[in-house]
Design a binder for this molecule. Structure first.
Ligand code: BDR
Ligand code: CA
Length: 312
């Protein structure tokens, strides 16, 4: 039997983070070694509570959950409560999980786990990159111990979702994204524009949510509010950004098209702060530091999501 791949997920749950986590819980080839929690979609208190609750619902209360940084590195940012609900999980009033988070800070957990699984670890970032930036500042040798690093973030031709040019995770903490992109020689990016190209019809998602499982029942509850928001704003399709990044991370064989380029973050622009600037024509001479997802097998993506929702 092949050994499982150790998987560390940095996340800010968030309705789409929750779906990505369910996919990871359901994947037989990966062993989740920790969840490190960022602030982003909503404040850290909520994102930690949401992660703990999801673990409990999914029968994974054994997973260590580490709270991270409550704020971006430099500048305060506006959250995404208008999309995910004030509590980040659709304001359904769920009772809190029985278990609490670990005492160890997320940035320290990232470093410790990078040593425990040196050269093997798959790191997946589904939120703002604050915790990972802090870990890098504590120990710049971190990238040398990570086997693969998959990030949900960016808008590679500046079709942003939170400003005209920027995607939420990067725009929430551009300095952290800058630190991370400078430090890692290579990462894989599932950006917002790839997400838009891989939507699910709301009607199909609703069918999947009829599955007779605690996961589907809980997900159906927390998804309702964002579904309404999304149907108003974006039409027939629902876009689960973090789920696409998780599909790329767990099953890279589903990638049909990707492209390597240098990517940097705009920190100073008045209209473009937080934009991911891709050097499409390789004019800067900088090395390609990102593999950008262009196309993922949609049927495969859907089958991963369905299976994750239906799982016991
Ligand atoms: C990203 O922003 C958040 O709102 C989502 O959870 C996702 O990680 C999409 O831009
Ligand atoms: Ca997220």
């Amino acid at each position: 039997m092949t050994a499982k791949i150790p998987l560390l997920i940095d996340t800010d749950p968030g309705v789409d983070d929750a779906l990505a986590l369910l996919m990871a819980f359901n994947d037989p080839g990966h062993d989740i070694v920790g969840l490190t929690i960022a602030a982003g979609n909503v404040g850290l208190g909520h994102t930690v509570r949401n992660a703990l609750k999801l673990c409990e619902i999914a029968g994974r209360a054994d997973l260590p959950v580490h709270a991270g940084c409550a704020d971006p590195l430099l500048h305060p940012s506006v959250d995404a409560a208008h999309v995910h609900g004030v509590d980040g999980f659709g304001d359904v009033g769920y009772p809190p999980a029985a278990q609490g988070p670990q005492a160890e800070h997320a940035a320290l957990a990232i470093l410790r786990l990078s040593h425990e699984y040196a050269g093997e670890l798959l790191l997946v970032a589904l939120g703002p990159l604050t915790n990972i930036a802090v870990a890098l500042k504590l120990d710049p040798t971190l990238p040398g111990r990570i086997k693969r690093f998959v990030v949900m973030g960016g808008a590679v031709s500046a079709h942003g979702n939170i400003t005209p040019a920027a995607e939420f995770n990067i725009a929430f903490d551009p300095e952290a994204a800058h630190v991370v992109l400078q430090a890692f020689p290579h990462l894989e990016l599932a950006d917002w524009e790839a997400v838009v190209a891989h939507g699910f019809l709301h009607a199909r998602v609703e069918q999947w949510l009829q599955a007779d499982s605690p996961r589907a029942r809980f997900y159906e509850l927390i998804y309702r509010q964002t579904r309404g928001w999304s149907a108003d704003r974006r039409g027939d399709h629902w876009h689960s950004a973090d789920a696409l990044a998780m599909a790329m991370a767990l099953q890279p064989e589903g990638v049909l098209e990707q492209v390597d380029r240098p990517v940097a973050v705009e920190l100073a622009g008045t209209l473009t702060r937080g934009a991911t600037v891709v050097d499409w024509n390789r004019q800067t001479g900088r090395p390609d530091n990102a593999t950008v997802l262009v196309r993922y097998d949609q049927d495969h993506f859907e089958s991963l999501v369905r299976a994750a929702l239906a799982a016991g």
